[in-house]
Design a protein around this ligand. Structure first.
Ligand code: URA
Length: 245
């Protein structure tokens, strides 16, 4: 089946980070690019961007990387940063190196603090990103929280009230749901995403977050089998789950 938009092979591979157009021309001439097992030697030739292309094309005997329009589900470990700019260990270093050169680039869907672990989505699809983070989409996020001091019993009411103000802000927080597990463990579900929101909410009521882990976005849970530092490509069912929450 071919029906997808067609692009030049050298442009496609350059935008997936495989090298400069000149390097790709050399790869193709050397017979390193196969489509259905047959060498594609003309890098100026057009290739249909069909969804099954990564299963049909190989580069140096490895399957072609995911086409633009990809979304990833990543288990962010502690100690890595979501920003593109900051120094130190970045979430992007958990992905294949070549992916840093993709155009359109992969970006995180919102952020987690360096010292927060858990479910983080990345995509190069701007429309999808906006659908997830738009306040209108009401995609809730759930955080598992370990506290330094025992809960007092009042937190559920305060967080659900819709009146809690964070320091330096002018608008109260939207109601948030707290599920208490024991004296120092709880799950907090937020329907907005302000800067360091969970840590600041507990600080506002005199407690301190010792550990923070996001385990759910919308209806999509962090899969148990996905180890910290690992990722997988999101499938249609994952996207459906995300918006079904
Ligand atoms: N709230 C926080 O305080 N930190 C995060 O990483 C996410 C939500």
């Amino acid at each position: 089946m071919s029906g997808g938009k067609a692009v030049r092979l050298d442009k496609l591979l350059a935008n997936l980070g495989y090298g400069s157009r000149r390097e790709i021309q050399a790869l193709a001439r050397a017979g390193a690019v196969l489509l259905d097992g047959v060498p594609v030697r003309d890098a100026a030739g057009r290739i249909a961007l069909d969804p099954d292309l990564p299963a049909r094309m190989t580069i140096d005997e490895a399957p072609l990387d995911p086409l633009p329009g990809v979304a990833l589900l990543l288990h962010k470990p502690l100690g890595v940063t979501c920003s593109h700019k900051e120094a130190g260990s970045l979430v992007y270093s958990l992905l294949p190196e070549r992916w840093r050169y993709r155009d359109p680039a992969l970006s995180t869907v919102g952020r987690l603090d360096k010292e927060t672990s858990g479910l983080l989505l990345l995509t190069d699809d701007g429309a999808l990103l906006h659908r997830i983070i738009s306040p209108k989409a009401h995609v809730a996020k759930r955080y598992r929280v370990t506290l330094e001091r025992p809960l007092t019993g009042d937190e559920q009411r305060v967080f659900a009230s819709g009146t809690l103000m964070l320091e330096g802000e002018e608008k109260p927080l939207l109601p948030a749901a707290l599920e208490v597990h024991d004296a120092t463990h709880a799950a907090l579900t937020l329907s907005e995403g302000r800067y360091h929101q969970v840590r600041r909410m507990f600080a506002a009521i005199g407690n301190h977050v010792a550990e923070l882990h996001r385990d759910k976005i919308g209806g999509l849970e962090l899969p148990d089998e996905l180890q910290a530092g690992s990722y997988r490509i999101m499938q249609d069912a994952d996207i459906a789950a995300l918006f079904a929450g």
